[in-house]
Design a protein around this ligand. Structure first.
Ligand SMILES: Nc1ncnc2c1ncn2[C@@H]1O[C@H](COP(=O)(O)OP(=O)(O)OP(=O)(O)O)[C@@H](O)[C@H]1O
Ligand SMILES: [Mg+2]
Length: 492
């Protein structure tokens, strides 16, 4: 069963959700405000009425307290005044029976139900306290209670003064009218404001979505144009930096692919050149095209040299692959640098003598270098061999020194030197200044790129300086400790 069948047919869009929630919220606030206001207004009217009735009850009590004549006659005079204000009163005796009733009391209140209601309040109502008595559909009545004594017998009486909560109906109607107008106005405002808010939000989201689709379709240069100061703006910022990373990664991948293709082309070329020359010589020898034994010996020599070059080439490539994929493990130890220089000198003695060159070692005997012995040897031999190779006469100087954090090795010669352009190319694989010399000198053009990778595997740096016709110097700096190396890494 497909999941899509389970989805509701109608889906709220983000905009609709936002819009509705804003609207509902403003309506809710409005209803709560209206309810609160209505309650407050009712309470105010009730309090005012209670105050007024308390005043009336005070007057009645004062009249009843007068000595002498029948107080009820005084009450009769008073009640005309009260009738105009729609106020009535009743006096109940201790037994709850009517002691005196305002003759102008409305007929609706003359029933037993009203009396019972009043009686029920006698025990739990304090003086001047009020309560509400509902009479069906009519206005509610506010009743104020008071205890009093009738002279001369000092009979205790319960006085109830009451009047309809007049004006409340009208007030409520006016209030409702005003509320309806307010609701309409606020509704229109809420619709407008929430529409604006929701639209700006959903516009940002839609724009982000468009950019996401562009990127998904392969357009890695696409960027979100959403500019906001809220979380959506931050999301757009994060999105853009993600897109930048993606673009960068793709670029690197493309570069890697191009390099890989060039590498394969270079390797094939480098392997084919010696193989072609070997095959040519073998063909010649097989068909007896070289009768003289000296010449034959010469050709065998070339075959041997080319075979060695092929072996060196393959070893070099394997070495590079190992370093590049991090497969070599460096067994770093502290070794006196001067000793290393002397071993390099000894192992290349034959080549140096052959070209009548001089080697000069300048290094304190106690200067230590922190490196993998075999790999550092490989580096030094490669560099000194190059110097021998490209120097016709003069001196090759090996210098060792130190800074606070690094051991510095300089290999300087008085050879042919290099131009700036050449100097910028020497670290590349298979680069040789003079490709035509490759056959005779059995160069692979891998030496310096292996050297550079080895130095970098030690977290060190290597640089070269050269002047055509004057000489070349290579400078290596190796960190003295692993801590110095990691600091370099962080800085870099
Ligand atoms: N000391 C130097 N003086 C002048 N040129 C140099 C020197 N060292 C290197 N080069 C130039 O840099 C090129 C690259 O050197 P690299 O050691 O990588 O390869 P190579 O010496 O040609 O081959 P291999 O080291 O495999 O025999 C050399 O062919 C040469 O042109
Ligand atoms: Mg070399």
């Amino acid at each position: 069963m497909k999941l899509s069948h389970l989805r509701p047919r109608f889906r709220f869009t983000f905009f609709q959700r936002q819009f509705l929630s804003h609207l509902l919220l403003s309506m809710l606030i409005l209803v709560l405000l209206a309810a609160g206001f209505t309650y407050y207004m009712k309470q105010r009217t009730f309090d005012n009425e209670t105050e007024e009735l308390a005043g009336v009850s005070k007057g009645i009590v004062r009249l009843l307290a007068k000595d002498g004549d029948d107080p009820t006659s005084a009450l009769q005079a008073y009640r005309t005044l009260l009738a105009e204000r729609r106020t009535s009163f009743i006096l109940l005796d201790q037994a709850g029976e009517i002691a005196y009733r305002d003759p102008k009391m409305p007929g609706a209140l003359r029933g037993k139900a009203f009396l019972d209601e009043l009686r029920s309040h006698i025990s739990d109502t304090k003086d001047n306290e009020s309560f509400i008595v509902e009479r069906g559909t009519e206005e509610p009545w506010v009743v104020v209670y008071r205890q009093t004594k009738l002279k001369p017998q000092k009979t205790e009486l319960h006085l109830f003064v009451f009047s309809p909560l007049h004006g409340i109906q009208e007030t409520m109607e006016a209030l409702n009218q005003a509320l309806i107008y307010m609701i309409v106005v606020i509704f229109v405002l809420a619709v407008a404001v929430s529409w604006l808010f929701s639209r700006s939000m959903s516009a940002s989201i839609l724009s982000l979505r468009r950019t996401t689709r562009q990127i998904a379709a392969g357009d890695y240069a696409a960027r979100s144009t959403v500019r906001r100061s809220d979380e959506l703006g931050e999301l757009a910022g994060d999105f853009n930096s993600m897109a930048r990373q993606l673009e960068l990664a793709l670029h690197k991948l493309q570069q890697f692919e191009t390099r890989r293709r060039h590498f394969i082309m270079d390797v094939t070329h480098e392997l084919r050149t010696p193989l072609t020359s070997i095959r040519g010589i073998i063909e010649g020898l097989k068909n007896d095209l070289v009768p003289s034994p000296e010449e034959r010996a010469n050709y065998y020599g070339i075959i041997e040299k080319e075979t060695f070059r092929l072996i060196r080439l393959i070893n070099g490539l394997l070495d590079m692959e190992k370093i590049e994929s991090g497969l070599i493990t460096l067994n770093k130890k502290r070794t006196p640098l001067k000793e290393l220089f002397e071993i390099v000198h000894e192992s290349l003695e034959v080549l140096i003598e052959e070209k009548r060159l001089h080697i000069l070692i300048e290094c304190e005997p106690d200067l230590q270098v922190y490196a993998d012995y075999d790999r550092l040897m490989q580096i030094l031999i490669n560099l000194v061999k190059n110097s021998i190779q490209f120097t016709a006469y003069g001196t090759i100087r090996l210098t060792g020194s130190e800074t606070e954090t690094h051991t510095v090795i300089v290999i300087a010669d008085t050879g042919r030197g290099m131009s700036k352009e050449e100097l910028s190319l020497i670290w590349e694989r298979f680069y040789k200044a003079d490709p035509s010399r490759s056959k005779s000198n059995s160069e692979t053009g891998l030496g310096l790129s292996i050297v550079k990778q080895l130095v970098e595997a030690h977290a060190g740096t290597i640089g070269a300086d050269s002047t055509p016709g004057i000489g070349t110097s290579f400078m290596i700096a190796l960190p003295k400790t692993d801590r110095a190396a990691s600091k370099d890494g962080e800085a870099g």
